[in-house]
Ligand binder design. Structure first.
Ligand SMILES: Cc1cc2nc3c(=O)[nH]c(=O)nc-3n(C[C@H](O)[C@H](O)[C@H](O)COP(=O)(O)O)c2cc1C
Length: 185
């Protein structure tokens, strides 16, 4: 199976990019194919219905649609901005939702987050579930929210805390099994 994976951050030193890199290794290690996207590949203007009426979806949104269409599932590592999902990610979801056919429907998904706070971005992930589930993504119930992420990574990109590392492995394995079962339906 093939999974589109990306961090919803444009920052060079993004902790969510580190987390998605770690998760990508786990997916590859389980024998699956990873399409690891950089969020810059999905750069797009703010949603504007007039722009859509004039020229359709912008190139970054079309690229995101194409990559979603080519994947069986989505794994997103998203920062938490002001207790919610980043506006950049919501904007991207809004553009993609205008594509016909709408590529998110029926895909499976897993949500991860790395944040500096002690709750690790879980509040943002709960809010990210709303548009994705509304658009028909089968989101895995468990989510991984890495707290105090600025201190969580070792030099080699792994997680310093073995308990957290094992929790990430368990959640990823559970999701991959669920995604396989969903694909067989
Ligand atoms: C606009 C903005 C709002 C933020 N709000 C939160 C927040 O609500 N909770 C939190 O844990 N961190 C918050 N942060 C801090 C982020 O966790 C931190 O910037 C993190 O590094 C973002 O992820 P990234 O490293 O992948 O870019 C916020 C950062 C920004 C720029």
């Amino acid at each position: 199976m093939k999974f589109l994976m990306f961090a919803a951050s444009l920052r060079k030193e993004s902790m969510n990019r580190k987390l998605i890199g770690l998760a990508a290794g786990i997916v590859r290690g389980s024998g699956h194919v990873v399409d690891l996207a950089d969020f810059h590949e999905f750069d797009m203007p703010l949603y504007n219905g007039d722009l859509q009426a004039q020229s359709g979806l912008p190139p970054g949104a079309l690229e995101m649609v194409r990559r979603i269409e080519g994947a069986d599932g989505l794994i997103i590592a998203s920062p938490e901005y002001n207790y919610s999902l980043p506006g950049t990610l919501k904007n991207a979801i809004d553009w993609v939702s205008r594509a016909k056919p709408m590529p998110l429907r029926g895909k499976s998904g897993l949500l991860l987050s790395a944040a500096t706070s002690v709750v690790g971005g879980i509040r943002g992930l709960w809010q990210l579930r709303i548009p994705l589930e509304g658009l028909g993504v089968f989101l895995y119930p468990d989510m991984f929210a890495l707290a105090a992420a600025d201190k969580a990574f070792a030099e080699d990109g792994t997680l310093k805390d073995p308990t957290l590392s094992s929790r990430l492995q368990t959640i990823m394995a559970g999701y991959l099994k669920a995604a396989e079962a969903l694909a067989e339906r």
